[in-house]
Design a protein around this ligand. Structure first.
Ligand code: PLP
Length: 392
């Protein structure tokens, strides 16, 4: 088969769609006014922001005034956790519940709060990468300020029982935040039905540009600003609005939730072919639950290979993939997510994440399944450990 270029790292970031670019362009060159300005060009920009807000709210099942634009998913996560903790610590609540395998935007924020005297409970996940909601119920105390559990994991794609966790939190009178950066546009979300109080999302995972996100804050929740300054975002998040990016996010989320089921079905079929094809290699293991996972996520440990070398060889074959979270690449520490589901260090090191999207074709899957086995064989042949591993 001829060499192809295959982008299979959509969990790291996505290509900006044509629709998004076309919608954004006029806000660079025609309606480029500051949304706070009084003249028509400023009012145009303001109107475009409000239209985008309506679209984001429509996708999440909330009111537009409950959506606040941020500079990224990480900012939304930081704001949610630090904001709620600041408000509720004044009322003696200084306990946070999260999980061991959250994105670092959550984990590092919690660790920073621990240094300031907060108690954090890190809920474990099982070997399939799922949280038991009963563990959360048991961990809640009268001092719990917030439960923050990710909707879907960025590395292994597992989708958590968010509605159940939402009910538990509601019953206990504890606020519930979810980092839905990987889930938005891939699974049906309804923040009201699911009792979600705060939700973070990010544009660049759904074909909008990098550097735009949003936080849903249920009305009535008191959360101090993370960024102080002007009166943007109804006085709650200062900074001149990034109008083109906000417009793009609105279009991207609208596109993402449109035909969500048909898209998920198509991508899931391709993903299953990938998973089944790779698992025919000896000493491989699927990471994360087979069914409760994002449509495009395939994460497999391949014993006897080293993740970085695998990625480089795949790159030479025209395939963009990842061996964990892009945020941690460059570090030699094994992924905290793979360790959390019980993988040994050396197995975690040899993991491959392929995250496909609606543009992936059957031929792309055929190509990956043709190219990967000889690469694995070469790496195993070169590995001083493979013989020993294979005998175990
Ligand atoms: N949360 C999750 C689950 C993510 O996957 C990411 C990005 O990879 C983030 C948060 C951070 O989002 P952003 O890159 O927009 O800051």
């Amino acid at each position: 088969m001829d060499k192809r270029f295959i982008y299979a790292d959509n969990a790291a970031t996505t290509k900006v769609s044509r629709e998004v670019i076309d919608a954004m362009l006029p806000y660079f060159t025609v309606h480029y006014g500051n949304a706070s300005s009084i003249y028509a060009m400023g009012r145009d920009a303001k109107k475009a922001i409000e239209t985008a807000r309506d679209k984001v709210a429509g996708a999440l099942g909330c009111e537009s005034r409950e959506i606040y634009f941020t500079s990224c998913g990480s900012e939304a996560d930081n704001w949610a956790i630090r904001g709620i903790c600041e408000t509720l610590s004044a009322k003696g609540k200084n306990h946070i519940i999260t999980s061991v395998f959250e994105h670092h935007a959550i984990l590092h924020t919690c660790q920073a709060l621990e240094k300031k005297g907060f108690d954090v409970t890190y809920i474990p996940v099982d070997e399939n990468g799922l949280i038991d909601p009963q563990d959360i119920k048991k961990a809640i105390t009268p001092k719990t300020a917030l439960v923050s559990i990710m909707y879907a994991n960025n590395e292994i794609g597992t989708i958590q029982p968010i509605s159940e966790i939402g009910s538990i939190c509601k019953e206990a009178g504890v606020l519930f935040h979810t980092d839905a950066v990987q889930a938005v546009g891939h699974v049906h979300i309804d923040v009201k039905e699911q009792n979600i109080d705060l939700l973070s999302l990010s544009g660049h995972k759904i074909h909008a540009q990098k550097g735009i996100g949003a936080l849903y804050i249920r009305k009535g929740i008191n959360i101090p600003n993370l960024i102080f300054g002007g009166a943007q975002e109804r006085n709650r998040r200062a900074g001149t609005e990034n109008v083109p990016a906000i417009v793009g996010l609105g279009v991207a989320i609208e596109e993402a939730v449109k035909d969500i089921d048909a898209r998920a079905e198509k991508i899931t079929k391709l993903r299953n072919r990938l998973i089944d094809g790779i698992l025919t290699l000896p000493r491989t293991r699927l990471n994360g639950d087979r069914d409760k996972r994002l449509p495009g996520n395939c994460n497999i440990s391949i014993e006897g290979v080293e993740g970085e070398s695998l990625l480089l060889m795949l790159d030479m074959a025209g395939i963009c993939a990842s061996s964990g979270s892009a945020c941690t690449s460059g570090s030699l520490d094994p992924s905290h997510v793979l360790l959390a589901i019980g993988l040994r260090h050396e197995v975690a090191h040899g993991s491959l994440r392929l995250s496909i999207d609606e543009s992936t074709t059957d031929e792309d899957v055929d190509y990956i399944l043709e190219v990967l086995p000889p690469i694995v064989k070469r790496l195993r042949d070169m590995s001083p450990l493979w013989e020993t591993i294979n005998k175990q």
